[in-house]
Ligand binder design. Structure first.
Ligand SMILES: [Zn+2]
Length: 139
C-alpha cells in the first residue's frame, strides 16, 4: 500500500479543504478551465500552469438516480440507499456526486426529474475516513 505522505500534494490540499467545507480546484493560466478534483495539470489543455482556487460550491443538478444495492463501495453502505447525480458546477466542471434533499424512491426521483435542472449547493459529508463532497438541492 502506498504511503499517504506520497500522495500528490493537490489531492491532499483538496481533502484538507473539503474537511473545512471549502471546495478546491485548479484554474488553468493557459485556457482558463477548471480542473476538479484538482490535479497537477489542466484536464482541458494539459498545461502545467495551474493555480489552486476555491469554487463557489454552486451547481445545477442535471440528472439523478438512486444507487444500486449494495452500495458501490463499502464505505457508503452506512448511508445507503442514497441518490447520486450529474451536476455542472458554476465554474464549469461536470461532476458525479451524492445528492441530498431527495428520497431514494422512484416517486421522489420522478418528481425531481419533472422539475428539470435544479440548483444545488455543495456540502461536505464527514465519513470515517476521507470526507466526501455531496450536493443538496432546495426542497
Ligand atoms: Zn488549460
Amino acid at each position: 500500500m502506498q504511503d499517504v505522505t506520497e500522495q500528490p500534494s493537490a489531492l491532499r490540499w483538496y481533502y484538507e479543504g473539503l474537511a473545512q467545507n471549502t471546495y478546491r480546484a485548479m484554474k488553468c493560466h493557459s485556457c482558463g478551465g477548471y480542473t476538479f478534483p484538482p490535479t497537477g495539470c489542466c484536464e482541458h489543455c494539459g498545461s502545467w500552469e495551474v493555480e489552486g482556487t476555491e469554487l463557489s460550491g454552486k451547481a445545477t443538478l442535471l440528472f439523478a438516480t438512486h444507487n444500486i444495492s449494495p452500495a458501490c463501495h463499502p464505505r457508503f453502505e452506512k448511508i445507503a440507499p442514497y441518490v447520486y447525480g450529474h451536476l455542472v458546477l458554476k465554474e464549469g466542471p461536470v461532476v458525479q456526486a451524492i445528492i441530498l434533499g431527495v428520497e431514494a424512491k422512484p416517486d421522489a426521483l420522478r418528481a425531481l426529474f419533472e422539475r428539470g435542472p435544479v440548483p444545488a449547493q455543495a456540502e461536505t459529508l464527514k465519513m470515517d475516513d476521507l470526507p466526501v463532497i455531496v450536493f443538496r438541492i432546495a426542497g
